[in-house]
Design a protein around this ligand. Structure first.
Ligand SMILES: O=C(O)CCC(=O)C(=O)O
Ligand SMILES: [Fe+2]
Length: 221
């Protein structure tokens, strides 16, 4: 999305502040972040991801709840500031494995000139080349369910490179835990039958974390 109304200065400042954060010594970063999964701010590395694949993940992420009101709520829009350091063996690592995002839609700010995000379309991986000061917007799993399969969550992954570090900021549009995710009446008004059953957002996230990104299959009626 270009001409999005967000100033270039604000986008530069945002990326720079997260670059500064990730460039701090590990001891300082740990002091600034919480390992409490319910804390408002948490730093984790790709090592913590339950990885059943041969490939290793190569990423640090700062997680921060980020409601538009500025008020902290238990579960709400989430901001992930990812940092992918240069990797000496890019063929053995991924910044992020193939997945679809567990939210409604994700708004991503990526750095210029680094091709690392790829989307899986028609059986092949296509590079999502960064357009300066544009946001990439992913359709995610919840929108697939709410639209009764009309929109399909975008499968994507991140590759690494040996030369240059990459920082991205991903804003996950998410409801609160108790909200119900199900095909919206709007999509069913023409008499179509729902193809997915209902689930709370809390359970949806729990399933995503424990079972991986194909969880909507289990909701198929
Ligand atoms: O850093 C990127 O380019 C993508 C990150 C991503 O896919 C995610 O946060 O779900
Ligand atoms: Fe993603």
């Amino acid at each position: 999305v270009i001409n999005n109304g967000v100033s270039k200065e604000f986008m530069d400042d945002t990326l720079n502040i997260f670059k500064e954060f990730h460039a701090m010594p590990a001891e300082e970063k740990i002091r600034e972040s919480s390992r409490d999964p319910n804390g408002s701010c948490r730093l984790y590395t790709s090592r913590e991801i339950n990885n059943k694949d041969i490939v290793q993940f190569w990423r640090d992420t700062l997680r921060h709840f980020c409601p538009p009101s500025g008020e902290f709520m238990d579960d709400s829009p989430l901001l992930l500031a990812h940092h992918y350091p240069p990797c000496p063996e890019p063929s053995l690592t991924l910044g992020a494995p193939k997945h679809r995002d567990p939210d409604l839609a994700t708004v991503l700010l990526q750095e210029k000139d680094i091709n690392a995000l790829q989307v899986f379309k028609d059986g092949e991986w296509i590079v999502v080349e960064p357009i300066p000061y544009a946001f990439v917007v992913n359709i995610s799993l919840m929108l697939q369910i709410i639209s009764n399969g009309r929109f399909i969550g975008a499968e994507h992954r991140v590759v690494t490179n040996s030369g240059i570090a990459r920082t991205t900021v991903a804003y996950f549009i998410r409801p609160t835990n108790e909200q119900i995710i199900e095909p919206a009446k709007l999509w069913l008004s023409s008499g179509a039958r729902p193809i997915y059953s209902s689930i709370t957002f809390e359970e949806f996230v729990r399933n995503f974390m424990s079972k991986g990104p194909d969880i909507e299959q289990e909701l198929l009626l």
